[in-house]
Design a protein around this ligand. Structure first.
Ligand code: NAD
Length: 332
């Protein structure tokens, strides 16, 4: 086992693509050259935006703000004698996972979080991994634990994750934290859904009483997004692969969250004029381009606000990981 401790800062993590290993790409790891404009900050209150405005929500710019907030909080914590620390466990040499971890670690370094990197060979056994998690659970320097998924074949990721102390579950994926979210007393909320909510806030999209259609019901994205929207008094329709007549449901939505992993699934004329469209999906086309699940140009003609891919939800996801790690360090 190689254990590396960065004195500079923070974490890596797992999380993206959980439950769909190898099927998608994590936008945290890609840059965006899509021109975009940062929208005005919003509180979720006020009138529904007008159709045709088609504002593009610049996730990269918003993530810069979130990171700056995180850096300030880290500095204040350090002054108070608390050094937030995140343990990152990477097993094997999957290239995508290595990129994910590198980007997350870099983000941690940027804001001054300490990260403890555990890079293990693919031959690592389940019991060795479980022993590592036990040590990290007991280590007071470690406030958050991230196991980068997928694990190599033969390892039981569910059993390993279940061993993480729920107070260090900064991905918010353990049953205790899922239950807390749905019961209205959230502790850690998965990072991508937190990013989605931040984007809705920046868009100024009214949530109370709005009809939100969430497409995709994964534990990582769709379900927690639905829980967060319900908590904000939205009326949520949670769609999935067995849903009948998806187009008519989307046509009635004030808010559309697409988290499927199918390029072009949501076409422009499904979008209700004035709706807010958050595209979580990330797909690589045969020509190498990265796209989301929504026909961006078509939907933009009708939406009041829309996220691009790349450069929308992805950058927020990693920023929210920093947020969760700080929450773990302060017990808030
Ligand atoms: P998943 O495979 O776990 O879930 C996909 C969901 O889509 C399932 O609930 C399935 O029922 C639903 N679905 C499939 N076909 C459908 C159809 N035709 N109509 C309606 N629903 C359908 O995927 P996931 O992990 O939730 O990821 C979804 C997408 O989001 C992927 O493209 C992934 O790469 C991306 N993602 C992005 C980020 C980010 O930071 N931006 C993070 C995580 C995942």
């Amino acid at each position: 086992m190689i254990t590396r401790v960065s004195s500079a800062a923070a974490i890596g993590a797992r999380g993206e693509g959980l439950g769909r290993a190898g099927k998608g790409l994590c936008p945290l790891c890609v840059g965006s050259d899509i021109s975009a404009e940062v929208t005005q900050a919003g509180t979720g209150q006020g009138d529904l935006p007008q159709a045709g405005a088609g504002r593009v929500l610049d996730g990269k710019a918003i993530a810069v703000t979130v990171r700056a907030e995180a850096a300030k909080r880290v500095a204040a914590l350090r002054q108070a004698g608390i050094v937030p620390g995140l343990a990152v466990v990477l097993v094997g040499d999957d290239p995508a996972s290595q990129v994910y971890v590198r980007n997350k670690t870099r983000a941690c370094d940027e804001v001054g979080l300490v990260h403890f990197d555990h890079r293990l060979p693919a031959t690592t056994t389940q019991s060795e991994l479980e022993a590592l998690v036990d040590r990290l659970n007991a280590d007071p320097r470690v406030h958050g634990i991230l196991v980068q998924l997928p694990l190599p074949a033969g390892l039981d990721s569910a059993a390993l994750l279940a061993r993480i102390d729920p107070r260090k579950d900064v991905d918010g994926l353990l049953p205790e934290n899922i239950g807390r979210l749905w019961s209205g007393a959230p502790r850690f909320v998965p990072c991508t859904p937190l990013g989605v909510m931040r984007l809705l806030g920046e868009a100024g999209t009214p949530l109370s009483g709005a009809h939100a259609v969430v497409i995709g019901r994964s534990a990582l994205v769709g379900k927690p997004v639905a829980a967060l929207l319900i908590a904000q008094n939205a009326t949520v329709t949670l769609c999935h692969s067995h849903t009948r007549d998806l187009p008519s449901l989307v046509r009635s939505a004030d808010i559309v969250i697409a988290a499927v992993g199918k390029p072009g699934l949501v076409v422009g004329d499904w979008i209700k004029p004035g709706a807010t469209v958050i595209d979580v999906g990330i797909n690589r086309l045969p020509d190498g381009r990265l796209v989301g699940d929504v026909d961006f140009e078509g939907a933009r003609q009708r939406a009041a606000a829309i996220t691009p891919v790349p450069g929308g939800v992805g950058p927020l996801t990693i920023a929210m990981l920093l947020h969760n790690t700080l929450a773990a360090a302060t017990g808030t």
